[in-house]
Design a protein around this ligand. Sequence first.
Ligand code: SF4
Length: 340
Amino acid sequence: MFKPKRIIFEKGTLDTPMGKDIYNYAKEHKDIEIITISSNQVKGHIPGENLHDQYREGKQTLVVGIKKSLKFQSCKPSAHYQLPLVSGCMGRCEYCYLNTQLGDKPFVRVYVNIEDILGQAKKYLEERLPDTTIFEGAATSDPIPVEPYTHSLRRTIEFFANEEKGRFRFVTKYNDVDELLDINHNNHTEIRFSINTPRVIDTYEHHTASSEKRIEAAAKVAKAGYQVGFIIAPVFIYDGWQEEYKKLIQTIKYKLPKDFSEEIIFEVISHRYTTKAKNRILEIFPETTLPMSDENRKFKYGQFGYGKYVYTKEELSEMKELFKTEIEKVFPNSNIKYII
Ligand code: SF4
């Protein structure tokens, strides 16, 4: 759960039910600074002289706002639209792609006008009838750590449960799922867990839930009947990686309910980086040990005009073989969407 150092309430948010809930939460914690502002000048209230400090202060700031533009971004290929419930994330994963997306103060922002957002989702899905429309709730955020006081996911899952042609999915690196377990979700929501070996999580994924806690949370939502998926990413090659990733797959199997026989979706993504991301990471985490030596990687041209550094062809083939064999062996009913 995200306990921020400061919460900034933008104009009009304290009059809403969600704004009030968050305010009451803040009041119970004397160490949370409460700031109310009448403009949208959020950044002036977040300290920090340089990128290194601004990043850390931003990551401890929650902004409570109203989503004004209700034009949803597309989210191809995994969904039709992004569902903007939250932006930003409390996590401090060294490799996170949001590091290059969220500017110099990467605060978390939640939107109190959830009914407007869901109303807009309804318009989008009606436009596509009779086809089914899929909405992604974690395109630029991790919505789980703020759920205990926003209840946005609960409301959204309930909304989609009643939409015959609407589906909702999101991914998380956290475990605050308890309040989602009793919802009548009608099998219209898919919850994916981004997972990695304990070594990778401990080294690079700061302020996230442990591997064990994420797998326990996955077992809980599986038991509650949700469609469950795992994104194993980013996969790193290091001494002993084969054994540790195999063990990870076996641990997932061991922790899931014994009688769980539903299809499980797997997505596996190898580590890659762009020069822009690398430079940014080195500013925020000067001591990083992320493997980012260009000479050890293959440069691959990307579709948006910038290239990325990926593992070599031989390394990627070994990775693909290992994950395919192991996942199919341990989970005969799995659906491996891709290993890239
Ligand atoms: Fe980025 Fe996800 Fe880590 Fe948050 S949890 S910092 S969104 S990689």
